[in-house]
Design a protein around this ligand. Structure first.
Ligand SMILES: NC(=O)c1ccc[n+]([C@@H]2O[C@H](COP(=O)([O-])OP(=O)(O)OC[C@H]3O[C@@H](n4cnc5c(N)ncnc54)[C@H](O)[C@@H]3O)[C@@H](O)[C@H]2O)c1
Length: 148
């Protein structure tokens, strides 16, 4: 049976770091830096997901054109929900890898009944796949050497 996003979140945790669209890009950068993460979910005051803002969004849409992160707001840099992909807990990790590679998204918010329920990154998916490969190799080695 394929491993799902829900399985991955049970290991990784469901907490999502967020920001609102009205906060400054500088605040977004500070929050990402403090938490050692590359993106924040953009939410309304009521916690509804409206998009994400990544370190790349901040660099490409604000810094590269000569803007100031002190005055530009998250709404100027964020990728709105309509332009991105989200996943649900029942989807497989392989499906996430497909979206990450084909759509060039590095972060996928997880929605459950329309509510933000986690966030999966390219690193989470790669780590999961490497761990699964390692487990397969170890069980094959045990099978071949008769130590099963
Ligand atoms: N050892 C691990 O378990 C692990 C997991 C993921 C990434 N990494 C490594 O970290 C580096 C960067 O990772 P990345 O490119 O996947 O992106 P990233 O730096 O944005 O993500 C790092 C971790 O933070 C989490 N994260 C990111 N934004 C979040 C948010 N807003 N709320 C909650 N969690 C959030 C991700 O899900 C991931 O687990 C890479 O070198 C990668 O290999 C390691």
């Amino acid at each position: 049976m394929s491993t799902t996003v829900g399985d991955l979140l049970r290991i990784k945790g469901t907490k999502v770091e967020t920001i609102t669209a009205a906060e400054t890009v500088l605040e977004a950068i500070r929050r990402m830096s403090e938490k050692h993460i590359g993106c924040l979910a953009v939410v309304t005051k009521a916690g509804k997901l409206t998009g994400i803002v990544s370190e790349r969004d901040c660099l490409w849409k604000v810094i590269a054109p000569g803007g100031s992160p002190k005055t530009h707001l998250v709404k100027d840099a964020m990728t709105p929900l309509a332009q991105m992909k989200t996943v649900v807990p029942a989807q497989t990790v392989e499906e996430c890898m497909g979206l990450i590679t084909s759509r060039r998204h590095r972060h996928l918010p997880v929605l459950e009944d329309g509510k933000l329920a986690g966030l999966v990154s390219i690193g989470d998916v790669v780590k999961f796949m490497l761990d699964a490969q390692e487990a397969t190799i170890q069980s094959l080695e045990k099978y071949i050497t008769g130590t099963f």
